[in-house]
Design a protein around this ligand. Structure first.
Ligand code: NAD
Length: 420
């Protein structure tokens, strides 16, 4: 029987690998193998047709050793405890690799927002927020958008939490609408960080930015902004996809037209988009295209044991969390494919979330230029540090990133010691 994919196993494997290189004992890393807290909730919602439906939700805090838990809320049919656990742990190591004072958490609701009305999504959001309210707060655990959620959902979360507490609390979530204390630049931050990272890796590999061919899987918040910014930098985006499938044009797609079409209505999908010279491809075909840079920006486990040997791109920039499974990592390493790991490549989102939280706490607001500049000043040195340690230890960039991140988390845990 085929082994069931469990993303948390991937986390444990790479943490163990880093710990071995760092010379840590089992005791040194024992505590970071387990999430600190897990809450499962039932969310009854009165649907538009008058029926009651109970949704399943989670909030998991992997670590609060370096600061409050931090991480997104996912609304997707495939959400489950193992996935949320892995996503929470990735947040711990992501915040550590870019050295911002947070631990890691994640939440999710098993639902399909593409088949729900705005009313139903708001009702799920409010009841879910109330159910996890004992865990979250600006000093404990700060949610943000992830797959299937956006600034509007964060606005409803902030409002619900504030109503329950009896006063306005901006800092409970990040990625909020600007009118509610959202940071300028947060909406673009993850994609902007992916753009900085892509340019950094191309520079290290002596590859051009101008004209370099790119395929992007997923055209949500992260994929679409990545497409926009890489296109603006002069790269040739030859393929993009969403849940409905992909489109391809060897001469480069009309990215501004695609973005305008997708922005017009949240129900718009690429299967109904058309432009001269394009052909339709599947998500599987997109991953296997002969391009220079592949950017998976959708879900976990897209590149795995079954398709890793068919990947032709020499460079993969992980905009999604966990798109390359462990067994694929091994195959890609042997082939010489360079994989820039998720905890580094997509950290721009949490970095600007941190800026948003800092602004909320101080009741100040920064300009978008300041946000973007400060983001660059964190992303570029973080990339350099990962590159340098990977070269020094002769390991992959993923292992390099974990060498830095695991050390920071273990050091913080050791400095606090085990209570009591
Ligand atoms: P989103 O909901 O805005 O977009 C998801 C996109 O993936 C959509 O275009 C959807 O159609 C597509 N998709 C869904 N299932 C698919 C499938 N089976 N095959 C191909 N495409 C599929 O989500 P997002 O916020 O852009 O997040 C994408 C990834 O980036 C996730 O892994 C998320 O955890 C990660 N991430 C997001 C942020 C953020 O700030 N939003 C930050 C860091 C990492």
């Amino acid at each position: 029987m085929e082994k069931q994919y469990n993303p948390y196993d991937n986390v444990l494997k790479v943490v163990q690998e880093a710990a071995d290189i760092l010379g840590y004992s089992d005791s040194d890393i024992e505590a970071i193998k387990y999430p600190e807290r897990e809450l499962k909730v039932s969310i009854p919602v009165r649907m538009d047709d008058g029926t009651t439906h109970v949704f399943e939700g989670y909030r998991i805090q992997h670590s609060t050793s370096r600061g409050p838990a931090k991480g997104g809320i996912r609304f997707h049919p495939a959400v489950n405890a193992d996935e949320v656990r892995a996503l929470a742990a990735w947040m711990t190591f992501k915040c550590a690799v870019v050295n911002i004072p947070y631990g890691g958490g994640k939440g999710g609701v098993v639902c399909d927002p593409t088949h729900l009305s705005e009313n139903e999504i708001r009702a799920i959001t409010r009841r879910f927020t109330a159910a996890i309210a004992p865990l979250i707060g600006p000093e404990q655990d700060i949610p943000a958008p992830d797959v299937g959620t956006n600034a509007a959902v964060m606005g409803w979360m902030m409002d619900t939490y504030s109503m329950l507490k009896g006063h306005c609390i901006h800092g409970v979530v990040t990625g909020k609408p600007i009118e509610l204390g959202g940071a300028l630049g947060r909406n673009e931050a993850t994609g902007r960080g992916v753009m900085f990272t892509t340019k950094n890796i191309l520079h290290k590999l002596n590859m051009n930015v101008e004209g370099t061919t790119v395929a992007i899987q997923g055209m949500g918040n992260v994929g679409s902004i990545t497409a926009k910014l890489l296109h603006q930098e002069g790269m040739k985006i030859v393929a993009v996809s969403d849940v409905s499938g992909g489109i391809y044009n060897a001469n480069g797609l009309d990215i501004p037209a695609i973005l305008a079409y997708l922005a017009k209505d949240r129900k718009n999908l690429l299967k109904d988009y058309n432009e001269d010279g394009m052909t339709r491809i599947s998500n599987e075909e997109l991953l296997e295209l002969d391009v220079q840079v592949l950017v998976p920006a959708a879900l976990e486990n897209q590149i795995n044991g079954t398709n890793a040997d068919k990947i032709k791109a020499p460079v993969i920039v992980e905009a999604a969390n966990g798109p390359v499974a462990s067994e694929a990592d091994e195959i890609l390493e042997k082939k010489g494919t360079v994989v820039v790991p998720d905890i580094l490549a997509n950290a721009g989102g949490v970095v600007v979330s941190y800026f948003e939280w800092v602004q909320n706490i101080q009741s100040v607001s920064w300009t978008e230029e300041a946000v973007n500049q400060n983001l660059k000043e964190i992303m570029d040195p973080s990339f350099e540090a990962v590159w340098d340690i990977a070269k020094e230890k002769n390991v992959t960039l993923r292992t390099g990133a974990y060498l830095i991140a695991v050390k920071r988390v273990v050091d913080a845990k050791a400095a606090r010691a085990i209570w009591p």
